[in-house]
Design a protein around this ligand. Structure first.
Ligand code: FDA
Length: 308
């Protein structure tokens, strides 16, 4: 019931200022975000990889409204790629980027600005022995993001993308991206989407997720199963078993701070388990989406306000 309100708030500058500057917010944010700076993020990476988990790193930022900020976001990712190379972490740590942080939504050529900013990041990732996955944002960005993916894959075929099962179009996108060499993270979707483009009922989103899993796991690409839902994890395991997929032919992904014991359990069973680790100062939109996803997260936040 609170989900749509929180997702609308995620895009409100006024509420952003209010929540971001409230000191009480910090301890709750720390549950989902691995610090503000690169060094703290790398400490988290070392600790997670020592426990058998792989990571994908997100330097927080989205909906960039000026070109300079888009370049600063690019530079933050370049610094991250260089740090991963210096620490020899390329085999365990990849990077997730939001193209709106790179200028995708800027008027007058946002799509091309985003490509110009993301390309050096993808190159730096390859030099560090790793790769980039393009996060998926709201439905108005999907065509542009998949077109960027196409361009990047021409030089860097290991570049990945995210598909969201709540969108009606996604089964077709899964079919198009189920081929050799493609890397797709399947998620349910975290934005406030209208009924004209997306399923509104959770049961329909879940059913679509299973259909998409079938398409991706039956294909010849590398599916990345992004969910905390025990039912979806079990379905993916069962489908993989039936389709003869080995443990290293797909992976599970979950968000930092969510279902940690399940992350360790899957890793201990021999699955590749990758944790999505966000860091940086621009945590507001990410944080609000986590609150919207789960009433228990919202309750935790409200209780922490009440006890201050
Ligand atoms: P859902 O929210 O449907 O919950 C189903 C069940 O899972 C719950 O009933 C509970 O049992 C369990 N569960 C869920 N959250 C839990 C928690 N906090 N603690 C304990 N149990 C919990 N979205 C997007 O639009 N674009 C993107 O690029 C990405 N990227 C991304 C990367 C990764 C690695 C993940 C895991 C997710 C994303 N998402 C995303 C977010 C995604 O779209 C979705 O909003 C969330 O994953 C929530 O959906 P779930 O499938 O996890 O379960």
């Amino acid at each position: 019931m609170f989900g749509p309100v929180l997702l609308a708030a995620a895009r409100s500058d006024g509420i952003r200022r209010l929540v971001s500057t409230a000191r009480v917010t910090r301890p709750v944010v720390d549950r989902f975000v691995a610090g503000e700076g690169l060094e703290t993020c790398l400490e988290t990476v070392r600790s997670l990889t020592a426990r058998g988990l792989d990571v994908t790193l997100d330097h927080l930022g989205e909906d960039t409204t000026d070109r300079l900020e888009a370049k600063r976001n690019r530079d933050a990712y370049l610094a991250l790629a260089h740090a991963l190379a210096a620490e020899g972490l390329g085999a365990r740590a990849e990077m997730s980027v939001k193209l709106t942080a790179f200028g995708q939504a800027l008027p007058g050529g946002g799509h091309d600005i985003a490509i110009a900013n993301v390309r050096p990041v993808v190159e730096a990732a390859a030099e560090a022995g790793t790769t980039v996955t393009l996060d998926m944002e709201d439905h108005t960005t999907v065509d542009s993001t998949l077109a960027v993916l196409d361009e990047l894959r021409a030089g860097f075929p290991q570049t990945g993308a995210v598909l969201q099962s709540y969108l009606f179009r996604t089964e077709d996108d899964c079919k198009a991206l189920a081929g050799q060499g493609s890397r797709v993270r399947l998620v349910k979707g975290a934005y406030n989407e209208p009924a004209s483009v997306a399923y509104q009922r959770k049961a329909d989103v879940d059913r679509a997720y299973v259909r998409c899993l079938k398409i991706l796991l039956s294909g010849s690409g590398y599916p990345m199963v992004g969910t905390h839902d025990p039912r979806m994890v079990a379905v993916a395991q069962e489908l993989a078993r039936r389709l003869g997929r080995k443990h290293d032919e797909f992976e599970f992904q979950m968000l930092y701070g969510i279902r940690e014991s399940e992350q360790l359990r899957l890793a201990s069973e021999g699955h590749r388990m990758r944790v999505y680790v966000p860091y940086g100062t621009d945590w507001y939109g990410y944080f609000m989406r986590r609150l919207a996803e789960r009433p228990a997260n919202l309750g935790f936040f409200l209780r922490s306000l009440a006890t201050r």
